[in-house]
Design a protein around this ligand. Structure first.
Ligand code: GDP
Length: 331
């Protein structure tokens, strides 16, 4: 294992925007080792006053919709405005398969060479909750390192969108024309979360159907209740490949940022996200305590057997285990 630095060295390196130290600080916060956790906590406490200033943009869409092509074009547009951009991923597949949907390909080649851009895939071997925690903390580190836009990418296939929505200021859903919602595996709930829907691949023969899809999605979105942000969800077209529609999407996001800062929603949303983060973490900690408790570990084997065989009902079995846990909490 590589040597760790001191708290001061991590703090100073991150605050000065040193990408090598930033990467090492991220590795530190992803670590499961007890000493690393203590070190990471101290670093995060030090950098906290320098966080929160970035625009956090969540991006989702099914595999093949063009996320990496889009982020490459979008990221390049942001750096052309002399803004620093960090790209993070929340990749739910990394634990189950050992591989990942988002990081397998050589992605965003050009952007990765851009000195104003920083790309970091999510850690492998963590649970979705673990990935969510490390991504949130990575985001804070990137903000402290001076990144003004944080893009958080995820695949639109499961729970991970909700997590990403819960850590972004603006949530962008990428879709395709003519593929049908069903086919695209996009659930209604995800459309409801979006602040903008971009129909990608609006180029060549696809252009007309993309325009038609805009009307279709706009009609569908009318049926949803208005968001607390008072911002009406926009449906636009873009071509990540040709670079069209990218600049106007960035303008839309800037507009959203300004109007939600003005009406107070921006801050209110961040506060609500922080509270949710705290409560989620409490739940994770409690669950960990319960399942790691040695007495519970033994008793749970018996309970599982008797519930499976129908000798005990699930609810009283759970309550008994919890009682046992409470009585043995400090043992
Ligand atoms: P991801 O799986 O969502 O990250 O999708 P990729 O960015 O890897 O893109 C999947 C395929 O769609 C690739 O072959 C891209 O070249 C292609 N693609 C992405 N964006 C566009 C676009 O705007 N227009 C066209 N025609 N093809 C695109």
């Amino acid at each position: 294992m590589r040597q760790r630095l001191s708290v001061e060295a991590y703090t100073k390196g991150v605050l000065s925007g040193d990408t090598i130290i930033l990467s090492r600080a991220i590795t530190l916060i992803e670590s499961k080792l007890k000493n690393d956790k203590l070190l990471a906590k101290a670093v995060l406490e030090n950098i906290l006053p320098y966080t929160g200033k970035a625009m956090r943009v969540g991006i989702t869409g099914v595999p093949g919709v063009g996320k990496s092509t889009f982020i490459e074009a979008f990221g390049k547009h942001i750096t052309s405005l002399k803004k620093k951009v960090a790209v993070l991923t929340v990749d739910p597949s990394s634990k189950k398969t050992g591989g990942s949907i988002l990081a397998d390909k050589t992605r965003m080649e050009e952007l990765s060479r851009d000195p104003l851009a920083f790309i970091r895939p999510s850690a492998s071997g963590l649970s979705l909750g673990g990935v969510a925690r490390s991504t949130r903390e990575t985001m804070l580190l990137c903000e402290a390192a001076g990144y003004e836009v944080i893009i958080i990418e995820t695949v639109g296939v499961g729970q991970s969108e909700t997590l990403v929505k819960g850590m972004s200021d603006f949530f962008l859903l990428l879709m395709l024309a003519g593929a049908g919602d069903e086919l695209q595996g996009i659930k209604k709930g995800i459309m409801e979360m979006a602040d903008a829907v971009a129909i990608n691949k609006a180029d060549g023969a696809n252009k007309i159907s993309a325009e038609l899809a805009v009307t279709e999605y706009q009609n569908a979105l009318h049926l949803f209740p208005k968001s607390d942000s008072d911002f009406i969800t926009k449906v636009v077209t873009c071509s990540a490949l040709e670079g069209t529609g990218i600049a106007s999407l960035w303008e839309l996001i800037t507009e959203y940022q300004q109007s939600t800062i003005q009406n107070g929603y921006f801050e209110k949303n961040r506060q609500a996200q922080n509270l949710e983060w705290m409560h989620n973490y409490i739940r994770q900690l409690l669950e960990g305590l319960f399942y790691e408790n040695t007495i519970v570990k033994k008793a749970i084997v018996m309970s599982e057997k008797s519930v499976k065989e129908g000798n005990e009902l699930p609810v009283p079995a759970a309550e008994l285990l919890l009682d046992l846990f409470m009585k043995n909490l400090l043992k």
